[in-house]
Ligand binder design. Structure first.
Ligand code: ADP
Ligand code: MG
Ligand code: MG
Length: 204
């Protein structure tokens, strides 16, 4: 696995496609356990990310990820904007000076991103948040010598679906207490699209 600037841009583009395609679905998920804006928030953010990274000439993966972070922070809003923003910013810092990035560098970036999300949101696993998808994916990258695209998708998908079974104890969904059980967490779903897009890039 080797990711160049163009691959990272493709990753963002594919993520954006999935988010736009599933904008209403993400919003519907957030209707059940939130305030019905997650699809709108993510669609606004990733639309702008793709718009901006296309127009610039990048020489490093770290710079693409840094701009992505800044745009997500300023455009997504809500709880998820600062969290995804922090994730991409920490990712950017984690891979600074490495180009292209191989699996080790990517794993380090992902690990730093997850640490950023957890610090910022003060959440751990099992609280029905995006952490429940990021954490198993990071773990998969850490323990796997040769990452397989389909396994990345499977890991993220299972983790997303698992959020349906648990009660939210962080974020807006936690106000719903037991009523949050039975619904997939919106941020877990959008995180799944991020990793499904990644697996498509890895596949080539
Ligand atoms: P808001 O809840 O402010 O409307 P969004 O709807 O855009 O923001 O995002 C909600 C998502 O953010 C949740 O589904 C969850 O995955 C994630 N989230 C919320 N709070 C936290 C937290 N403290 N830690 C990690 N993720 C969180
Ligand atoms: Mg919301
Ligand atoms: Mg909101």
């Amino acid at each position: 696995m080797e990711l160049h600037v163009k691959d990272i841009i493709q990753w963002l583009e594919k993520t954006n496609e999935k988010i736009q395609l599933n904008k209403d679905y993400l919003t519907a998920l957030d209707q059940a356990v939130g305030d019905s804006d997650h699809g709108i928030n993510m669609s606004r953010g990733f639309h702008e990310v793709v718009n901006q990274v296309k127009t610039k000439d990048y020489t490093t993966v770290s710079d693409v990820l840094k701009d992505t972070a800044m745009i997500l922070m300023s455009k997504v809003g809500g709880a998820s904007g600062p969290l995804f923003g922090t994730a991409f910013l920490r990712f950017s810092m984690g891979v600074k000076g490495i180009d292209p990035i191989n699996q080790d560098a990517f794993t380090k970036g992902l690990e730093d991103a997850l640490a950023g999300i957890m610090q910022r949101g003060k959440a751990t696993t099992g609280e029905k948040t995006m952490v429940d998808v990021w954490s198993p994916v990071v773990n998969y990258f850490k323990v796997t010598t040769n990452v397989q695209a389909d396994e990345v998708t499977q890991t993220a998908k299972q983790a997303m679906e698992q959020t349906k079974e648990i009660m939210a104890t962080k974020g807006r969904a936690s106000y719903f207490k037991e009523k949050s059980i039975g619904h997939i967490d919106p941020g877990a779903a959008s995180s799944f699209y991020i990793f499904e897009a990644l697996s498509e890039v890895i596949k080539g």
